[in-house]
Design a protein around this ligand. Structure first.
Ligand code: SAH
Length: 351
């Protein structure tokens, strides 16, 4: 029994070629296996049907695939499908498929739990356990894409890193997963169809700029007034809106992309005319698109959604300032699949 079993998905193509060469096997096997892993998203060696049983046994002796498995699947009356996934070490995370018009969007997690403790978010109430590895992020996309094909006969069109966790606190794995999802050696999806959402970690936003990333960046702003943002997003105490503004400016200089601002509508808290004015002021710093998000109820949270009328008025105020504004209505609310509702009961039980 080999005790040095490695995760095969940590190997590059070169590493795999070296492995086969060391075993006295044909070199082209490496490319076949690599394609199975990334292009054909195999999550077990037995799926690799054009690889001989002998070679598959050899692989099993040396490697594992720490694949993500489906734990539960729930379908909302609006067609949204929420899945919980079991990781190789038993932890549970969640991902969501959101069909909408011509779009099939996968919403995926980047961490098990979250330590940001945003006051309006269910995930913020459970404890942080660990970062996801890049291959675990990749698996969520692969599985949700399979679900889209099976349930709706359509391919995935968009991916949003808006599930559980803070992607910018798992920078390396998030970027590597995007690379695998967008590479021709992987799923070949355009990075322009991928959006990574962050609470706003100034140093990491600068780093994204330096790395000249090609995916979209969304910033969970929720208030353009420092003192208010502090009340709902404790992380704002670490870097203020001024820090964030400077970081986003740098990001924009480097990437030339327009960022999305997410703004969850909290009745009487951040939806007044003076809040809209502060937001419009903040938007003067760089090109943006604003998504006003309907607030989804979370147990033991004192906030309430602004409702149709106040949200429309807020939108109109911003539009008069020539800003691009969309209202994002909740999806999958009946199965706790909407923004901010991902917090698996199983994890809760283990607290
Ligand atoms: N940590 C990242 C990724 C989470 S994305 C981030 O903060 O951006 C999830 C989005 O849903 C964020 O914009 C988050 O602020 C928002 N959200 C959280 N709780 C919500 C709720 N109860 N209703 C609506 N949106 C919520």
């Amino acid at each position: 029994m080999n005790t040095n079993i490695q995760n095969i998905r940590n190997l590059s193509l070169d590493d795999l070629e070296k492995f086969f060469a060391d075993q006295g096997a044909e070199r082209f096997r490496a490319r076949q296996v690599y394609d199975w892993i990334w292009k054909k998203t195999a999550r077990s060696f037995d799926q690799m049907t054009n690889i001989s049983l002998k070679t598959r046994d050899l692989l099993k002796q040396h490697f594992t695939i720490n694949a993500v498995e489906i734990n539960t699947t729930q379908k909302s009356e609006d067609g949204t499908i929420k899945m919980s996934f079991r990781l190789f070490d038993g932890h549970i995370i969640e991902g969501v498929l959101i069909p909408s018009g011509n779009r099939m969007t996968a919403c995926i997690s980047s961490q098990v739990g979250c330590n940001l403790a945003c006051k309006f978010c269910a995930t913020g109430m459970i404890r942080y356990i660990r970062n996801l590895y890049f291959d675990e992020i990749f698996d969520q996309v692969a599985i949700i894409a399979e679900t889209a094909r099976n349930a709706y006969g359509s391919p995935l069109t968009h991916i949003v890193y808006m599930g559980m966790g803070e992607p910018m606190l798992n920078y390396h794995n998030v970027l590597k997963s995007v690379e695998k999802i967008s590479s021709d050696d992987g799923l070949g999806m355009s990075p322009q169809r991928i959006t990574v959402s962050t609470v706003g970690i100034a140093s990491m936003i600068r780093q994204l700029g330096k790395d000249k990333v090609r995916f979209n960046l969304a910033l969970s702003l929720h208030s353009a007034v420092n003192e208010k943002r502090n009340q709902i997003i404790p992380y704002n105490l670490r870097n203020t809106l001024e820090d964030l503004t400077e970081a986003v400016k740098e990001f924009h200089q480097q990437t030339k992309t327009r960022i999305t601002l997410e703004y969850v509508m909290l009745k009487g808290f951040n939806d007044t005319t003076s809040d809209a004015r502060a937001l419009a002021e903040f938007c003067k710093n760089f090109p943006v698109k604003i998504n006003l998000i309907q607030y989804n109820p979370v147990e033991n949270v004192p906030y309430e959604d602004s409702g149709e009328e106040r949200t429309e008025a807020f939108k109109e105020f911003l539009e008069k300032k020539n800003l691009v504004v969309n209202i994002r209505r909740s999806r999958g609310k009946d199965i706790d699949a909407a923004c901010g509702q991902l917090a698996n009961k199983i994890i809760n039980k283990n607290l």
